[in-house]
Design a protein around this ligand. Structure first.
Ligand code: PRP
Length: 208
């Protein structure tokens, strides 16, 4: 049987994920000194791959990785067929609706335009309010859209709030809380239940 394979989100969540795995007693020396290697042995019948958040879900859904660490933001936007088994409680931030400071976002009858990197999250939020909005997908700094007059508001991740503040924007309403989650492929959970549960337990204990 191949080692249990875990896909880790590289970038923002990487440091905290590796630190947690080390606290759980896993040998992460290959992850700390990876060079150009893409599949990294962790020992104890476990190996890791580092991937972009969306790819973590893709690998997991196709069953080539058994587990994944990914932000709830990506889970909420992409959805997918997998189980979310642990809230890892790092990478904490939130989705929020934000608009130019002082502007009354909900005022007026004309349709609102929302710029976001997360169109599904934004659409669902406004559907929940029975509000018809135009959603424009932006790839980069979404905060720019209302400043340029392209959008009335944005739905984006807010961590410290500094980006909003420095650009004259403010939170109108929180949309959802976000943190890193441990996710599992459904077939793996059935076939390798014991190994997966043991790993999840180790991580949970180390995360207390
Ligand atoms: C995120 C988000 C905001 C910013 C919020 O962008 O899109 O722009 O962080 O953080 P703050 O509340 O602490 O200012 P990120 O830095 O991840 O860059 P990105 O545009 O590449 O997603």
């Amino acid at each position: 049987m191949r080692p249990l394979r875990i896909a880790l989100t590289k970038g923002r969540l990487e440091k905290s994920t590796v630190a947690l795995m080390e606290r759980a007693g896993l040998d992460c020396s290959a992850l700390r000194d990876k060079g150009r290697r893409l599949i990294l042995p962790i020992g104890d019948g476990l190996e890791a791959v580092l991937a972009k958040a969306g790819d973590v879900i893709t690998y997991l859904e196709h069953g080539v990785c058994d587990l994944g660490v990914v932000g709830k933001d990506v889970i909420l936007e992409r959805g997918g067929q997998f189980f979310e088994i642990l809230d890892l409680r790092f990478g904490k931030c939130g989705f929020a609706l934000a608009a130019p400071a002082g502007a009354d976002f909900y005022q007026g009858y004309q349709g609102k335009t929302i710029a976001t990197k997360y169109p599904n999250v934004a659409r669902r939020f406004f559907q929940g309010k029975d509000m018809d909005v135009r959603v424009i997908k932006i790839e980069g700094s979404v905060e720019l859209a209302p400043l340029l007059g392209l959008a009335d508001g944005i739905v984006d991740l807010v961590e410290t709030g500094a980006t909003l503040r420095e650009n004259g924007l403010e939170v109108v309403e929180p949309v959802a809380e976000v943190s890193a989650r441990l996710i599992v492929n459904a077939a793996s959970l059935k076939l390798r239940k014991r190994e997966i549960e043991a790993l999840a337990e180790k991580l949970e204990t180390a995360n207390q």
